[in-house]
Design a protein around this ligand. Structure first.
Ligand code: TRP
Length: 328
């Protein structure tokens, strides 16, 4: 199992429910490789990369706080394993431009992100690098959120194309989609740092209360006395993720009967979120207070990752007829 996460800011609930929670569970059943994708962060943050390394490391603190176990899983930083870049280059040779231009997330980001120029070679090649990440470990399974479906499909196509030209070097990677539904942001769109609508795992209680108070609720409930519709209310989607079942049931009933107003519901949700995140936040702070231990984990993980990567690249160079040891 192999998965990565772009380090472009603090981790939020979307990352937690869309990925990390699943990563934690997979450790019981598979040998897992998890990494901070700092090069992927550069595809959008190239103009000011000064925070990428910090975020890469802090993201790992969140993973560990959430239950990723460095004893069992290989945890590393993408750029500390330069073999990814070599494989990305080789894959780029055989990836048709049309495949990349058709990726829906590519088109969406080009449309939605206004404050950065994403019309670059590197950004178009994002899924090629992601494919290289996976193939470097000859990964079988890739746990991702549903937003990554088109990337994974492309990875499979690139893999088939490579194998058809050069022989069966790689297994076709399969997506393991996280069972959790999409996590909305405070404005109801998908939770994303670039939409500025996220609740971060490290948010202190006051910030959570403030963000909750600005949340979008049921658009059809205009007055306090109108009955609500939990099934279409953004707040209720959050309750489903973090609140105990009895709280969910109570809110659902009281909202439909207009017994609880949106303002009170926001306050209630804020407290549920705070309680849910408290253990992660505390453990995270403890980990970040011992940065040298954290860095040791990452160096050791990157060393172990590289062992596998070096092995793969020997197979790959032979497959693409660039094994110069055969020339002597
Ligand atoms: N594109 C992924 C995301 O945004 C991150 C990622 C980079 C990744 N390389 C990967 C995920 C390899 C799975 C496998 O979440």
């Amino acid at each position: 199992v192999l998965s990565g996460m772009r380090a472009t800011g603090k981790l939020h609930l979307g990352h937690y429910f869309g990925a990390i929670k699943n990563w934690v569970d997979l450790q019981d059943r598979y040998q897992c490789y998890y990494f901070s994708a700092d090069w992927h962060a550069l595809t959008s943050d190239y103009a000011d990369p000064s925070s990428v390394a910090t975020w890469s490391v802090e993201a790992v603190a969140d993973w560990l706080a959430a239950g990723i176990d460095p004893e069992r899983s290989v945890i590393f930083i993408q750029s500390l394993v330069p073999e990814h870049a070599e494989l990305q280059l080789l894959l780029s040779m055989l990836t048709p431009l049309g495949w990349l231009e058709r990726v829906p997330t590519y088109k969406e980001q080009i449309r939605e992100v206004k404050n950065k120029d994403l019309a670059t070679y590197g950004f178009l090649g994002y899924p090629v690098l992601q494919t290289a990440d996976i193939l470097t470990y000859r990964g079988d399974f890739v746990p991702v959120g549903e937003d990554q479906a088109s990337h994974l499909e492309l990875s499979r196509e690139i893999t088939r194309r490579f194998n058809s030209f050069y022989g069966e070097v790689f297994p076709e990677p399969k997506a393991l989609f996280t069972p959790t539904p999409r996590v909305p942001g405070v404005d109801g769109r998908k939770m994303s740092k670039s939409y500025d609508n996220a609740i971060n795992l490290s948010d202190p209680p006051e910030t959570i209360r403030q963000k909750c108070s600005g949340m979008f609720t049921d658009p059809k409930r205009l007055r306090r006395n109108d009955p609500g519709h939990p099934e279409t209310c953004n707040l209720f989607q959050f309750h489903r993720l973090v609140s105990p079942q009895e709280t969910q049931d109570r809110v659902e009933t009281e909202c439909r009967l207009a017994q609880i107003g949106c303002v009170d519901d926001k306050k209630l949700l804020a407290e549920q979120l705070i309680e849910f995140l408290a253990p992660i936040r505390e453990k995270r702070e403890e980990i970040l207070a011992h940065r040298d231990t954290l860095m040791d984990i990452l160096y050791e993980g990157s060393r172990r990752a590289r062992e596998r990567a070096v092995e793969t690249m020997e197979l790959v160079r032979a497959a693409v007829s660039l094994d110069y040891r055969r020339q002597v």
